[in-house]
Design a protein around this ligand. Structure first.
Ligand SMILES: NC(=O)c1ccc[n+]([C@@H]2O[C@H](COP(=O)([O-])OP(=O)(O)OC[C@H]3O[C@@H](n4cnc5c(N)ncnc54)[C@H](O)[C@@H]3O)[C@@H](O)[C@H]2O)c1
Length: 308
């Protein structure tokens, strides 16, 4: 491979992302963690899966950032995850300290990389990484909207008994309880779901999407979701590495778009080799705009607390 992706954090999301990158033969993978032995063990295990999966991705686990040098993309999953009863915001201070340690090392060894933060509270952690890295905004792209949209798509497909491939869903806003699923822009084979389902059904899907993470935390009891989150992060990495110009909802640093300034919020963007290549502004109704502003205000509360 002449491409390299580093995954920081070899826990549930990080390890799942690493194996998914290797399975798709997208790039060589470096899995790094502060835990000694865990990234090495998981990395070796993944390397041994590669012959079976017919993948020539080289996977290595490490505790040394020197091994991550020259990465094209760095996916940050390091930090603590939610337990039942916790909100994403309860993770704020602990994970901000993790972002400080991680970002310094990432920038030192891969100054030209594109960073995809996954750690929660997502939008605030993205802002921390942007400020700490001093990267241009095109190169720090948070993963949340792809996951939230995937959750909504799964629920739409199940409700209507159609292929997930026919579904498209839009979720904007911060990755939290105030996220803004947009039924008007969510479609099945191009038909808005507002023409396919009654209001009550849509409202139920929207609520379940917004609580999608909490539903899984409650079931797992010891941690939070990781299969769909890692798939979502890898879809973003793939769009960048293959320069696909794919339009995906991502958390990006808005500078006036949607009337929001200097804040990470989830909106549709075009992802290509340069990272964020375009921020797409869609027309919103007054209610949708108000919901987006409320969501942005919730993100700002957090960024103010950590001063980023
Ligand atoms: N953005 C999203 O949509 C989304 C979805 C799911 C999970 N998450 C978040 O992703 C993060 C990881 O979740 P998880 O389930 O993989 O947690 P996990 O506990 O399974 O793994 C976290 C890993 O990070 C490592 N770590 C901690 N501090 C570190 C440091 N300074 N440097 C390197 N590694 C360090 C830990 O040792 C651990 O292995 C959490 O913050 C979680 O809330 C976000």
């Amino acid at each position: 491979m002449n491409r390299k992706i580093t995954v920081v954090g070899s826990g549930n999301v990080g390890a799942s992302a690493a194996i998914s990158i290797a399975d798709r033969e997208l790039a060589d993978v470096v899995l790094i963690d502060i835990l000694e032995g865990v990234p090495q063990g998981k990395g070796l295990d993944m390397l041994q899966a590669c012959p079976v999966e017919k993948s020539d991705s080289r996977v290595v686990g490490t505790n040394d950032y020197a091994d991550t040098a020259g990465s094209d993309i760095v996916i940050i999953t390091a930090g603590i995850a939610r337990k039942p009863g916790m909100s994403r915001d309860d993770l704020l201070n602990t994970n901000f300290n993790v972002m400080k340690q991680v970002t310094e090392q990432v920038v030192k060894h891969s100054p030209d990389c594109i960073i995809i933060p996954v750690t929660n509270p997502l939008d605030a952690m993205c802002q921390a990484v942007l400020r700490l890295s001093k990267f241009p905004r095109e190169r720090v792209i948070g993963m949340a909207g792809v996951l939230d949209s995937a959750r909504m798509r799964a629920f739409i497909a199940a409700e209507l008994g159609v292929s997930v491939e026919n579904t498209h869903a839009f979720v904007l806003g911060g990755h939290g309880d105030t996220m803004v699923p947009l039924p008007r822009y969510s479609t099945v084979a191009g038909i808005p779901i507002t023409e396919l389902m009654d209001k009550e059904t849509i409202a139920r899907i929207v609520t379940r999407t917004a609580n999608g993470g909490a539903e899984i935390v409650k079931l797992l009891k010891t941690g939070s979701a990781y299969y769909a989150p890692s798939s979502a992060a890898v879809e973003m990495a793939e769009a960048i590495l293959k320069d696909k110009k794919k339009i995906l909802p991502c958390s990006v640093f808005l500078q006036g778009e949607y009337g929001i300034k200097d804040l990470f919020v989830g909106v549709p963007v075009k992802l290509g080799a340069k990272g964020v290549e375009q921020i797409i502004e869609i027309t919103l109704t007054d209610d949708e705009r108000a919901a987006l502003m409320k969501s942005a205000a919730a993100v700002k509360e957090l960024t103010d607390i950590i001063g980023v």
